[in-house]
Design a protein around this ligand. Structure first.
Ligand SMILES: Nc1nc2c([nH]c(=O)n2[C@@H]2O[C@H](COP(=O)(O)OP(=O)(O)OP(=O)(O)O)[C@@H](O)[C@H]2O)c(=O)[nH]1
Length: 156
């Protein structure tokens, strides 16, 4: 599969030039627990890459900011009201079905019990995750998380 991941200037593989593909803005939440674990969820049936593990989030709708989109998605998917949002990194990834720009937001506070409103599986994970497969567009940020103090590391 031809994919391209770009984060902080690194590029691998080539699909189509940016000029012919509109990039879809996506708000992604890194829900970080006090013990350093972060939440991954499976993609619901019917979506591209159904069953792959991803960070919760979704497309930014017209007229929304990244933060507004993330608050909406966290409520729709997980039934939680999130606290302060810090946009941490932005990355781009080209899939056969879409070219996305991912806005990675760290969320350390939220209210409400986690619900699986879209039938997804949830898992609190450490670096490297022990669930698979993970969406290709999430790999670069997993590598960054692995080097970030405060994120739990999995020791063999
Ligand atoms: N939520 C999320 N999306 C990701 C991640 N990594 C990644 O490449 N993406 C891509 O970002 C896009 C998110 O779109 P989506 O289809 O999940 O958004 P959505 O919930 O608004 O869906 P809908 O509008 O089809 O209902 C997908 O192309 C997905 O492959 C990730 O870690 N989390």
């Amino acid at each position: 599969m031809a994919v391209r991941a770009r984060l902080r200037g690194t590029t691998t593989g080539v699909s189509q030039p940016d000029s012919v593909r509109a990039r879809i803005e996506v708000a992604v939440g890194i829900l970080l627990r006090a013990d350093g674990r972060f939440l991954l969820a499976t993609r619901p049936p019917g979506k591209p890459y159904a069953g792959y593990w991803e960070f919760p989030g979704g497309k930014v709708e017209r007229g929304e900011s990244v933060e507004q989109a993330l608050r909406r998605e966290m409520h729709e998917e997980l039934g939680i009201a999130i606290g302060p949002v810090a946009v941490w990194r932005t990355s781009e990834h080209d899939y056969p079905h879409a070219a996305v720009r991912l806005h990675w937001c760290i969320v350390q506070h939220w209210q409400g019990e986690l619900q699986t409103r879209e039938g997804q599986d949830l898992s609190w994970q450490a670096c490297p995750p022990d669930v698979a497969p993970v969406l290709p567009g999430a790999y670069p940020v997993l590598e960054l998380l692995a080097s970030r103090t405060g994120v739990a590391q999995r020791h063999a």
